[in-house]
Ligand binder design. Structure first.
Ligand code: FES
Ligand code: FES
Length: 162
């Protein structure tokens, strides 16, 4: 007698950057791989896959989360925002992205999408963060290049325009 394997896929509905997606996903698929491979939103980076580097940070219902630490099925019914959702239009920069550029807050840029998502989640809650609040917001994001000073300045300077 053969025993039928339980289905490992599940249908999820997720709103990403304002667009609604319904997809069948493997129950074990990580949210970061769903975003990058299924939705082809490759601005979200993978640096470690173990929750250490923060390169995969996105917003889940307004909170900054590491998308390599969540299953895609955990985003069912949620609103996700990726770095592609920050800019107002193709070829334009959001004020925070402009601030990163102005303050030379990136070098190789690998960490930048995750930094932007952690920082933008902070700024949505707290438009005038102190240096310490900015540092706390990005403490889960590793940058191997910049030494963080310019990143923190790019974030705190947003308070001058808020
Ligand atoms: Fe998610 Fe590094 S890839 S924390
Ligand atoms: Fe290279 Fe941050 S700019 S890792």
């Amino acid at each position: 007698m053969s025993v039928e394997e339980p289905s490992r896929s599940r249908t999820i509905t997720v709103e990403v950057n304002g667009d609604r997606y319904e997809r069948d996903v493997d129950a074990r698929r990580l949210l970061v791989h769903f975003i990058r491979d299924e939705l082809e939103l490759t601005g979200t980076h993978v640096g470690c896959d173990t929750g250490n580097c923060g390169a995969c940070t996105v917003h889940l219902d307004g909170q900054a989360v590491k998308s390599c630490m969540l299953l895609a099925v955990q985003a069912d019914g949620a609103k996700v925002r990726t770095v592609e959702g920050l800019a107002p239009a193709d070829g334009e920069l959001s004020p925070l992205q402009q601030s990163f550029s102005t303050h030379h807050a990136l070098q190789c840029g690998y960490c930048t999408p995750g930094m932007l998502m952690s920082a933008s989640a902070l700024l949505e809650q707290n438009p005038r963060p102190t240096e310490q609040e900015a540092r706390t917001a990005i403490q889960g994001n590793i940058c191997r290049c910049t030494g963080y000073v310019n990143i923190v300045e790019a974030i705190t300077s947003m308070g001058e325009t808020a």
